[in-house]
Design a protein around this ligand. Structure first.
Ligand SMILES: [Zn+2]
Length: 253
């Protein structure tokens, strides 16, 4: 086994133990198997494979760890951007890191899309491994521009850390984060105004009971009087109206 390969295997072991993902004994045992492979001149089995076979770890976890190592080594530091059209929605696939040094290429792409008349953009964030406030700020202005043109920039496939960054910046109240591409495309069926109230994304509440003729913003006093188990929620004002509800005169959703 090459010196470099040996280092890599060793580092995976370290990572697993440090993160409490595998007991040190299991790693030692797996390393012993590798050593005996080498001693008997067989091709050593990868540490990950041994741990999967011994049911110490799942295959998906190993994949994640290897991915993380690649990122650590800097192989994926560059932001890769791919574009695809899906029924008039520009799908922008982001892969790698979106941080302060990478804001230029993405800005150029937004600029180009807007110039070509695309106001509906959906950002696939599922392959984004890192996102910070600088990366975000590079496209906040384009969200406003897209909305001014009757479109929006929506996000989907975002991991927990990226969501946290948006939350910390207070942006999760202004941008729509959907679970999947299908949901993101579907969300374009309604203008963003239907989802927003007073500049922020809102959830609309009504009731199945006798007060159920109206729909409210969550903080409306009348809405708060609706018992929890009687509440029904709508993702947009349009959905509430479709459900036969009328907007409350008090909170004016
Ligand atoms: Zn109300």
């Amino acid at each position: 086994m090459s010196r470099k390969l040996k280092d890599t295997y060793h580092k995976i072991g370290e990572l697993l133990v440090r993160r409490n993902l595998a007991p040190a004994e299991a790693i030692d045992e797996a390393l012993a198997i590798q050593r005996s492979d080498i001693e008997s001149k067989r091709t050593p089995q990868p540490l990950g494979e041994i741990l999967i076979r011994k049911k110490v770890l799942s295959r998906s976890l190993i994949r994640e760890i290897l991915e993380e190592q690649r990122i650590g080594r800097g192989e994926k530091r560059v932001l890769k951007i791919d574009l695809r059209d899906a029924d008039g929605v520009a799908i922008v696939i982001l892969e790698g890191r979106l941080d302060e040094t990478k804001d230029e290429p993405i800005t150029r792409i937004f600029e180009k899309l807007m110039n070509r008349g695309f106001a509906r953009l959906a950002l696939d964030c599922s392959r984004l491994v890192y996102l910070n406030s600088h990366g975000i700020s590079s496209f906040v202005a384009y969200i406003d521009e897209a909305r001014a043109r009757g479109g929006d920039i929506k996000f989907y496939g975002m991991n927990a850390e990226s969501r946290f960054v948006l939350e910390r910046l207070g942006l999760s109240k202004f941008v729509q984060i959907l679970a999947s591409e299908t949901e993101a495309i579907k969300a374009f069926e309604l203008p963003i105004d239907e989802y927003m109230s007073r500049g922020a994304l809102a959830e609309y509440i009504s009731s199945e009971g006798k007060a159920g003729r109206l729909f409210h913003l969550s903080y409306c006093e009348t809405a708060q009087q609706i018992p929890e188990d009687d509440r029904i929620y709508f993702e947009s004002k349009w959905h509430a109206r479709e459900g036969g509800k009328v907007s409350c005169k008090r909170c004016k959703p």
